[in-house]
Design a protein around this ligand. Structure first.
Ligand code: LLP
Length: 438
């Protein structure tokens, strides 16, 4: 039997009397039978509860207000944008594709933040046409390009400058974005930050409203967030001193960690917000600078633990003295995170969730690629062909990072709410696979 508190970070998961894993009141084995596998499942209540928690922590802690802008790269499809819109939050988008998807459901453009280190002219034009709230300018060349485009279009826009505050956030190398050697943002240390501010205030068509930083992802320690917030506020005070401009908005990005395995111990979002806002208040007092309007951009922590993925176990290969492989009907195409980052996950056999997890397996995907693994040496219930494997906390950066490698169609996404399920993204079929082939 699983130790509930250890396995189930999400309140929506439990085990029913048949020993089946349940999500949001739905039996996962029945869902696998009904919709087929592989299958992404997401619990709507969990997503809404997390967003409400973030919103409340912003309202409770920030007297000059703030906004929760869901970083939709974590998981992007129409229904997610509808949910975020109904919860009165904003969104961060990083491409024309994400922006287009959000606009298709009527997402309020003024609550959209457009990011990206290499936005195309077309994407900038699209953002200006839709009238997105803030374009987050990533570099000095983009600043000039954007001003030129506004001129040609006869439009104007509010912007933030993305600043790289040079903070080491103790996370996986591939997803660390705050330090000096980063493709993202304008470096603070070498004076580029100040140069960009001086340039921005001179250019036509753009109004500099504030600054942005994002120091990395899957961070558990509050200290780098606090340090980033203080560094940015200090820079805002320096800008006021040198240029006379008082910037009133500060976007602190995302990066809050989530629980993938029992080793992870993330703080509650309210705790992060409390600690960061206390540090900000103290810094604002010390610098005699007005407390800015704060934007946060959580992505992973909004959706990760709301989601699980179901697979059917096919081949089982035992190599005595080496390891036992179980092969599933999905893999790196629907979850590339182990192949990319050796990302840890917790898995279990959904139809045997009440049995002891006492066997060790390496979970292999079905792609022609030795590195196509979901997890090595996972401790699971004893497996047989036909069992349903559930991988937990897959709501973030799984569907959004999926591919058609080996021409595998992407699985459906099913939204679960209070014991009901509905398809929110249809499964791809072979017609979808050849759709653009000529
Ligand atoms: N804001 C900006 C500007 C970002 O670049 C990101 C993530 C976020 C917000 C949201 O961060 P989160 O709260 O999700 O940590 N594919 C990687 C994660 C890449 C994150 C990139 N930026 C993974 O699967 O772990």
């Amino acid at each position: 039997m699983l130790k509930g508190d250890m396995m189930f970070d999400s309140a929506s998961l439990n085990v029913n009397s048949q020993g089946h894993l349940v999500i949001g009141g739905c039996d996962t084995v029945s869902l696998a039978n009904r919709y087929g596998t592989p299958l992404y499942l997401m619990d709507e209540t969990a997503i809404r509860t997390t967003l409400q928690g973030y919103k409340k922590s912003v309202d409770d802690n920030l007297k000059n207000g703030g906004m929760v802008a869901y970083a939709s790269k974590a998981c992007s499809f129409k229904e997610i944008y509808r949910i975020v819109m109904q919860e009165d939050c904003g969104i961060d988008v990083v491409s024309g594709g994400e922006l287009y998807t959000a606009m298709q459901v009527g997402f309020p453009a003024e609550r959209i933040f457009l990011h990206g280190n290499n936005k195309s002219d077309m994407e900038l034009r699209m953002a200006l046409n839709y009238g997105v709230g803030r374009i987050v300018v990533d570099n000095l060349t983009e600043l000039k390009r954007l001003s030129d485009i506004t001129k040609r279009m006869g439009k104007s826009t509010d912007i933030y400058l993305r600043i790289t505050p040079g903070i080491e956030a103790h996370t996986h190398d591939f997803i660390r974005t705050g330090q000096i050697d980063s493709k993202f943002g304008i470096t603070l240390e070498n004076g580029d930050g100040l140069r960009a501010v001086k340039e921005a205030v001179k250019l036509n068509g753009i109004t500099l409203k504030g600054l942005h930083c994002h120091i990395g992802s899957q961070i558990f320690d509050e200290k780098p967030f606090i340090f980033a917030a203080q560094t940015m506020l200090k820079f805002m005070a320096e800008i006021r001193e040198i240029t006379g401009l008082t910037l009133c908005e500060l976007d602190l990005g995302g990066g809050f960690g989530v629980k993938y395995t029992e080793k992870d111990n993330p703080k509650k979002c309210a705790d992060y917000m409390y600690l960061v806002s206390e540090a900000l208040k103290e810094a604002a007092d010390k610098l005699n600078f007005p407390m800015p309007y704060i934007v946060i951009e959580p992505g992973r922590s909004v959706v990760a633990s709301s989601g699980i993925t179901l697979y059917t176990i096919g081949s089982i290969k035992d190599i005595p003295g080496v390891r036992s492989y179980i092969s599933i009907d999905g893999g790196m195409t629907d979850n590339p995170r182990y192949a990319l980052y050796k990302a840890p996950y917790t898995a279990l056999i959904a139809n045997k969730a009440n049995l002891p997890a006492d066997s060790v397996y390496t979970i292999a995907g079905r792609c022609c690629e030795s590195g196509d693994l979901i997890q090595e040496n996972a401790i699971l219930q004893s497996c047989q062909r036909g069992d349903i494997l559930a991988v937990l906390s897959t709501g973030a950066y799984n569907y959004s990072m999926s591919s058609n490698y080996n021409r595998l169609p992407r699985p459906a996404v099913i939204m679960i709410k209070d014991g009901d399920s509905r398809v929110v993204v249809k499964a791809e079929d072979y017609e979808d696979i050849v759709r653009n082939d000529l």
